[in-house]
Design a protein around this ligand. Structure first.
Ligand SMILES: Cc1ncc(COP(=O)(O)O)c(C=O)c1O
Length: 350
């Protein structure tokens, strides 16, 4: 990425050189979550990619989310309150049971940002299918360490700057294959044909018929700059692309390549073993998450000076939702875990 910024500064190579990284990343991400590249749209952020989905919901739709869901999976729906779209919340552990006949869409994270809790994806999607609800999975805190299958849900979105080790500003959205086939490609055919797979439930058919690539621009056309009408949108999910921040994508593609080379199953095992070593240091039982959170207030009471010691030891972590959040990934090892544990608990050194 630094090299491409240098090329940009000196104008030494044409933009197409960097734009290729968008398609490489699209292809690699498709491989990561088990779908072909034409089912993957690229964008800059989760909230931006969810906006067309929220806009396709009918007036009065009910959206169900976990009560601690990260804002980017909530506000794209909540801003439609003026037309009666209602966001209902339920605890993550009982999200499947909270789906009712009046639920139009369920939006949830595979791993929660605030706590690291891993969702029971099969239970939630099974119940959603029973009532014909659309499913949106946010894999931002999971893709890269937790194996994910895009076919489990209607839409899978991931911001790549976390566990996919990318620069800020690159994100993905997968969509169903038949939808990808029915995106309008010219001005004369400006509404989607009903998706045959979804017409079994009228609410789903109505939703997919309304789904439009709201940020379509020259990249949604796929063939370079063009002018005027008629419109020639790309086939498939690419019609939902926004104009990419090229240099961020130059950094995104090789990171994905590395993750795929190592293998997600292997990263999963590595990350969990570090997270569980960390948990054991506090007497906590094993968990299925690479993210470990400690209540911030309680942590400061139990181990006075912990924040200062973490800082002095060069340990980076987040403070999220009243928790200290530690994430363990392929660039960490057991020594990192032990350094962190000692920094928190070794009150004698402060
Ligand atoms: C679950 C989840 N989704 C999305 C995001 C990022 O959202 P956006 O891409 O809209 O910045 C984060 C960032 O913390 C997150 O934890």
């Amino acid at each position: 990425m630094q090299r491409s910024l240098d090329e940009w500064r000196t104008g030494s190579v044409p933009w197409q050189t960097w734009a290729e990284s968008v398609d490489t990343s699209r292809e690699l991400f498709g491989r990561l979550v088990g779908v072909p590249a034409d089912q993957v749209a690229t964008g800059a952020a989760v909230s931006q990619l969810l906006a067309p989905i929220a806009t396709a919901l009918p007036d009065g739709a009910e959206v169900l989310i976990p009560d601690i869901e990260f804002t980017s999976g909530v506000y794209p729906f909540a801003v439609h309150a003026d037309r009666g779209v209602r966001v209902r919340t339920a605890p993550l552990a009982t999200l499947a049971e909270a789906v009712t006949e009046s639920t139009t869409l369920v939006s949830f994270s595979a791993a929660q940002s605030a706590t690291g809790e891993v969702a029971d994806i099969p239970a939630i999607t099974r119940r959603a299918r029973e009532v014909g609800a659309i499913t949106v999975l946010d894999g931002t805190q999971a893709a890269g360490w937790l194996p994910l299958d895009a076919a489990d849900v209607d839409f899978l979105t991931v911001a790549a700057y976390k566990w996919l080790c990318a620069p800020r500003g690159t994100a993905y959205l997968t969509m169903p294959s038949r939808l990808a086939e029915t995106v309008p490609t010219d001005a004369a055919n400006s509404t989607n044909a009903a998706n045959p797979a979804d017409s079994t439930h009228p609410r789903r058919a109505e939703f997919f018929d309304q789904l439009k690539p709201l940020s379509a621009g020259w990249f949604a056309a796929g063939a370079g700059a063009s002018y005027g009408m008629p419109m020639h949108l790309s086939e498939g999910a690419r019609a939902f692309d926004i104009s990419p921040a090229w240099h961020s994508w130059v950094g995104t593609a090789p990171a994905l390549e590395l993750l795929l080379d190592v293998g997600i199953e292997q990263i999963h095992a590595h990350d969990l073993s570090l997270a569980n070593r960390f948990r054991a240091g506090f007497g906590l039982g094993e968990s299925n998450s690479a993210i470990v959170t400690i209540d911030l207030d309680e942590g400061q009471r139990s181990w006075p000076g912990a924040l200062e010691r973490l800082d002095a030891a060069g340990v980076r972590y987040s403070q999220a939702g009243g928790n200290m959040r530690f994430g363990f990934h392929l660039y960490n090892d057991e020594a990192d875990v032990d350094t962190t544990l000692n920094a928190i608990t070794d009150t004698a050194t402060s």
